[in-house]
Design a binder for this molecule. Structure first.
Ligand code: ATP
Ligand code: MG
Length: 562
């Protein structure tokens, strides 16, 4: 797989170019993507995946998939599975390099012994609260624990007994002995190991002490011979610690590089917040098509290539910013436009009878599968006396700028004929049927006498149409930054109209042959995909995104303002 857009030389690639020039890693480029299996991946993770796997690919290097499973309390096997599936779906390959931090638990422990032997770590007996109280603040130094100068032999003995399960949770911790007055709070004797009697999804009950992230992460990188450990900006303040651990042990030392996380408008990206939405039933599971999770986006009809292209186009920087969700949708449309077969479908059907068209006649018209891709060819679409059109495409008493169907008005029916509306039949004041006349000389959609019509409508033949349920989606939140509203819980800002279900849609027969997750366009209506809820009785379609490019509009407005 190749990265769609040629990536510009961002600061990470500049660092790697320079490393390659100076021969720092002997020209090697080896990255990793290190998810914690405590939730589903979202589009923010996709950014990190594209950076890590994308860079490895570009430089002819390697990228590992490594589960950072050091916290048994929050991690589960189902997350491991989903993460593997999602990364594969995005189109990246770690070959045989699938690793788990828990595979290194023995080695991580040996390193802890080594650090302790050196006198650079000690066993503390203070409680978590005390440790945090003693840590000081940004403006005041911390206070040293009275256990800080425990003799090495005693530290080693206690560490061994912690591991052997002699103590309860929280009774002891192993701390690095760095500097309680260090201006960087992360350097004030951070905890390296804690006691936690919990079953681990991978190692079961083998361990009752678990390493903390900062200890584990750099060592995992070192063990795997990672050259560039690319992570998000919140780890910038942890880099001195990352470096300290590796230098103190004198082991192979990868370089940590931080970049800004992706934030998107009208959604939330934190795993904790997403979990809340799922667990409290605000959405229908992790793959709800309104969520920014990769499994949700997949179900919504996003293509992997659209997501990769988006990640390439937003670039990589060191400053925080929020990307408009319209830009994501713009990238999506770009991709789907090129790749989606077209169909006709009617979401809000209105029956239409062509009075001068024979009862039993059926004609088949050639329809273009994809105007952007001539190799996609054509298909046959059946036409008959009774059709459905979109309710909105008719007005009994139209305003000036409405060019679609109205009494006495002639329009083109896509691929078929010019059709004129004679009469609207009403029941209880509502239009229930249109009576029309066809001009058979306009077959194929053009008049031999050169007369023009102002609009072209989509339609389906009633006799041939397939029933479908269409699920339409809108933004999940009513405000661009749901976590930034001071006096509101983000869950109160959920858009009550974010999902709408239409149960009596009528669609072209060919749609029936598509499989779950297949993507297509309904002409004039937007991009859709087949939902996995589809059964032989019920065809369920998700609207991925409408056709109108809001991003282009925003760009225009911004240009005008400048
Ligand atoms: P947690 O708070 O549970 O750590 P996390 O979102 O950081 O959540 P991880 O599993 O630790 O989840 O993330 C794996 C990798 O993805 C990390 O390297 C992290 O920096 C990166 N990542 C996470 N969220 C984003 C984001 N929004 N944009 C870019 N990268 C991200
Ligand atoms: Mg994280």
């Amino acid at each position: 797989m190749t990265t769609e857009e040629k990536a510009p030389r961002d600061f990470i690639r500049q660092i790697i170019d320079e490393d390659n020039r100076t021969g720092k890693h002997g020209g090697r480029v080896h990255t990793r993507f290190p998810p914690e299996p405590n939730g589903f991946l979202h589009i923010g993770h996709a950014k990190s995946i594209c950076i890590n796997f994308g860079i490895a690919e570009e430089y002819g290097g390697k990228c590992n998939l490594r589960f950072d499973d050091t916290n048994p309390a929050k991690e589960e096997e189902i997350y491991v599975k989903s993460i593997i599936e999602d990364i594969k779906w995005l189109g990246f390959d770690w070959e045989d390099r699938l690793y788990f931090a828990s595979d290194y638990f023995d080695q991580l422990y040996d390193y802890a012994v080594q650090l302790t032997k050196k006198g650079s770590a000690y066993i503390d007996e203070m409680s978590a609260e005390e440790i945090s109280q003693y840590r000081g603040t940004l403006t005041t130094p911390g206070i040293e624990s009275k256990y800080r100068n425990r003799p090495v032999e005693e530290n080693l003995d206690l560490l061994e007994r912690m591991k052997a399960g002699e103590f309860g949770d929280g009774e002891y911790v192993l701390r690095a002995k760095i500097d309680m007055a260090h201006p960087n709070m992360n350097m004030r004797d951070p905890v390296v190991y804690r006691i936690l009697h919990a079953t681990h999804h991978n190692t079961g009950d083998k361990w009752c002490i678990y390493p903390l992230y900062d200890w584990a992460h750099g060592l995992e990188d070192s063990i795997e011979n990672i050259t560039h450990s690319i992570c998000s900006l919140e780890f910038e303040d942890h880099r001195p610690l990352y470096d300290w651990f590796l230098d103190e042990l004198g082991v192979y030392h990868p370089q940590q590089i931080e970049f800004a996380r992706l934030n998107l408008t009208y959604t939330v990206m934190s795993k904790r917040k997403l979990l809340e939405l799922v667990e409290d039933g605000h959405v229908n599971g992790w793959d709800d098509p309104r969520l920014p999770t990769l499994t949700g986006l997949k179900r919504r009809g996003y293509s992997p290539s659209a997501i990769r292209s988006f990640c390439g186009r937003i670039g990589v920087a060191k400053v925080h910013s929020t990307v408009d969700i319209e830009f994501l949708e713009h990238c999506l449309r770009d991709d789907l436009n090129k790749t989606s077969p077209r169909f006709m479908g009617v979401l809000h059907p209105l029956k239409l009878v062509i009075e001068n068209y024979p009862e039993d006649e059926v004609e088949e018209f050639d329809a273009i599968n994809n105007p952007e891709d001539p190799s996609a060819g054509t298909r046959k679409v059946p036409f008959s006396r009774v059709l459905y059109i979109e309710k909105d495409d008719f007005m009994e008493d139209p305003p000036k700028k409405f060019y679609r169907l109205a009494p006495g008005r002639e329009v083109r029916f896509r691929y078929a004929y010019f059709i004129t509306c004679k009469e609207a039949i009403k029941e209880d004041g509502e239009v229930t049927e249109l009576r029309c006349i066809v001009d058979l000389d306009t077959k194929g959609g053009d008049a031999p006498d050169g007369r023009k019509v102002k609009s072209t409508l989509h339609w389906v033949s009633a006799e041939h149409a397939v029933d479908a349920e269409a699920r339409l989606y809108d933004r999940l939140f009513t405000v661009p930054n749901p976590l930034g509203e001071k006096d509101a819980d983000f869950k109160d800002l959920i858009n009550p109209d974010s999902s709408e279900v239409l149960r009596s849609c009528k669609v072209e027969p060919g749609v029936k042959d598509l499989k779950p997750f297949d993507r297509f366009q309904f002409e004039r209506l937007g991009y859709f995909c087949v939902d996995p809820d589809t059964t032989s009785e019920n065809l369920v379609l998700n609207r991925t995104v409408g056709l109108r490019d809001e991003w282009a509009k925003i760009q225009k407005q911004q240009k005008a303002q400048r």
